[in-house]
Design a protein around this ligand. Structure first.
Ligand code: SF4
Length: 424
C-alpha cells in the first residue's frame, strides 16, 4: 500500500489545546508522563533508553534529512521491515507507513507480513503490546518513542482492577479467583476490556472468563458477555461502555460508575446488585472535548450538515449526533457521502484533516475548533522513526516492546474470544 499524504498539521500555541504541542516532541517528552509503565507487565528492555533521549544529532536534523534517512533505511531493510501507522498519527510519519488503520487492523496487518522481522508501530504503547501478543516469535515490535502511551489506558492499572474485582466479588459472595456460574448457568459478572488497555488487563480478562472489545465490535462483545453473565465490569472507557450498553437497551440506572479511589467504587452494595454494567471511571482526553454546543453550532452554520462522532465521546454528544462509530466506520461514512455534502466529525484531528484532503469536493471539518491531536501519539516524530530505523539497519533493536509469555498467553485467550464472538 502506498500512501501519498503530504498535508501537515501546523500547530501553534494559540490554535492548539496544549501549548506544548507547538514544540518538538523531545521538549514535550522531558516532562514526566506516559511510557513503558502504561503496562506493568511490560519490562523496559533497555534501561538506558528513556523517553526524551533521542540522540542529539536527530534532534538537529532538518525534516528533509530525516525523511531521506527513513527512506534509505526502508530501502535497505526492504521486506524485513513493516511500518504501521495509526489513523491518528501525524502525516509526516504516516507518509512512511506500509499500512494505515486502527489498532486492531494494524495488528492484523502485521500478521499478513510474516517475512517482516521488524514491526515498527507508529501508534501508542498498548497497540505495540497487542501487535507483540499476536505476532510470531521471530518478529520484534518496536515503538519509536517509548513515551507514546495512552492516557485512557493508564486510567486503569492492574492493581486497581484487581482490587475492584475483589470488592465486587465480595458483594456477590463469590471467590474472585474462581467465579463460578450460578444455578442458571450464568456468571454473576465477567470483565470486558477495551482494546485501549494494557496487556496486563487483557490477561486479567483472559483469566476471569472475560473478553476484549474494540469500538467496532463493542455491541457484539457485550451480547457475548450477557449470554454468559448477569453483569459486566467494563474498563477503561466509561463512554464506550455507556454508549454501547444504552443502545442495547440497558437503563442508565443499571450502569453505575466505578471510581477506583472510592469505597465500592462510590456505590452501595445494593447499587451493585442491581447493576448490569459497571463502568470504570476512564475516558479519552481527546474525545472528552466534544460537546453538544459544538454540534448545535455546526448545524446553525451548515443547515443540513451531518454529524458523526466516535463512541468514546460523552453520551449527550453521541445522542445529539446523526451517527456514531469507530475510526473505520467514520471513514466509511465519509466515503459513502456525496460531493457537496457537509460532514462534521467528532474525532482526532489528524484523521479529520486526512479525510478533508481525501475528499476535497465535500466540506468536512472537526467539531472542536481548537486543534486537539492525541498528544501521546504525537510523540512519534520523524526524528524517532529515523533513529529506530537507523538502529535496526545497524543490527540493534531499540525500544522493543516485549509482553512476557505468562501475560501474553491469557491476553491471547481474551483476544481470541473477541475474534470468535459473532455479531447477532
Ligand atoms: S485518542 Fe485517546 S484513546 Fe486514542 S490513543 Fe489517544 S488518548 Fe488514547
Amino acid at each position: 500500500m502506498t500512501l501519498s499524504v503530504t498535508q501537515r498539521i501546523e500547530l501553534s500555541p494559540s490554535s492548539s489545546c496544549n501549548t506544548k504541542l507547538a514544540d518538538d516532541p523531545w521538549a514535550f517528552d522531558l516532562q514526566p508522563g506516559y511510557g513503558p509503565g502504561s503496562s506493568e507487565a511490560d519490562p523496559i528492555p533497555d534501561a538506558t533508553t528513556r523517553p526524551g533521549q533521542l540522540p542529539q544529532a536527530y534532534q538537529e536534523m532538518s525534516q528533509q534529512q530525516l525523511h531521506e534517512r527513513i527512506r534509505r533505511a526502508k530501502a535497505t531493510l526492504a521486506e524485513k521491515l513493516v511500518i504501521l501507522g495509526h489513523f491518528y498519527q501525524r502525516d509526516e510519519v504516516v507518509q512512511h507507513a506500509d499500512f494505515l488503520g486502527d489498532s486492531y487492523q494494524l495488528a492484523k496487518a502485521a500478521l499478513s507480513k510474516p517475512e517482516a522481522e521488524h514491526i515498527v508501530f507508529c501508534g501508542v504503547h498498548f497497540m505495540a503490546e497487542t501487535a507483540d501478543i499476536l505476532s510470531e516469535e521471530h518478529q520484534q515490535v518496536i515503538l519509536p518513542n517509548l513515551a507514546a502511551g495512552c492516557s485512557m489506558a493508564d486510567m486503569a492499572d492492574e492493581d486497581s482492577v484487581e482490587a475492584a474485582w475483589e470488592d465486587i466479588c465480595e458483594v456477590y459472595g463469590v471467590d474472585p479467583e474462581h467465579v463460578e456460574p450460578g444455578a442458571d448457568g450464568k456468571l454473576p459478572i465477567l470483565p470486558v476490556t477495551y482494546m485501549n488497555s494494557s496487556a496486563a488487563l487483557k490477561a486479567f480478562c483472559g483469566r476471569h472468563g472475560g473478553i476484549v472489545c474494540t469500538s467496532s465490535n463493542a455491541t457484539t462483545v457485550l451480547e457475548w458477555a450477557f449470554e454468559r453473565a448477569h453483569r459486566v465490569l467494563f474498563f477503561p472507557d466509561q463512554h464506550l461502555g455507556r454508549n454501547t450498553a444504552k443502545a442495547m437497551g440497558v437503563p442508565l440506572e443499571q450502569m453505575p460508575m466505578w471510581n477506583p479511589r472510592r469505597t465500592l467504587g462510590g456505590n452501595t452494595a445494593e447499587d451493585l446488585q442491581q447493576a448490569k454494567v459497571l463502568l470504570w471511571h476512564g475516558f479519552c482526553s481527546v474525545h472528552k472535548r466534544f460537546n453538544v454546543r459544538q454540534i448545535e453550532k455546526a448545524r446553525e452554520e451548515y443547515p443540513g450538515c451531518r454529524v458523526i462522532v466516535h463512541p468514546e465521546s460523552p453520551m449527550p454528544v453521541v445522542d445529539a449526533a446523526d451517527a456514531a462509530g469507530s475510526t473505520d466506520a467514520i471513514r466509511k461514512y465519509v466515503a459513502a457521502s456525496s460531493p457537496g455534502d457537509v460532514i462534521a466529525i467528532g474525532t482526532e484531528i489528524n484523521l479529520v484533516n486526512r479525510l478533508t484532503s481525501e475528499y476535497p469536493d465535500r466540506t468536512i471539518f472537526c467539531l472542536d475548533p481548537v486543534i486537539c491531536p492525541c498528544s501521546t501519539m504525537y510523540r512519534i516524530h520523524p526524528g524517532y522513526l529515523a533513529w529506530v530505523l537507523d538502529e535496526i539497519v545497524e543490527g540493534r533493536t531499540p525500544n522493543q516492546i516485549i509482553v512476557p509469555e505468562d501475560v501474553a498467553e491469557p491476553a491471547r485467550v481474551a483476544l481470541d474470544r473477541m475474534l470468535a464472538a459473532a455479531p447477532k
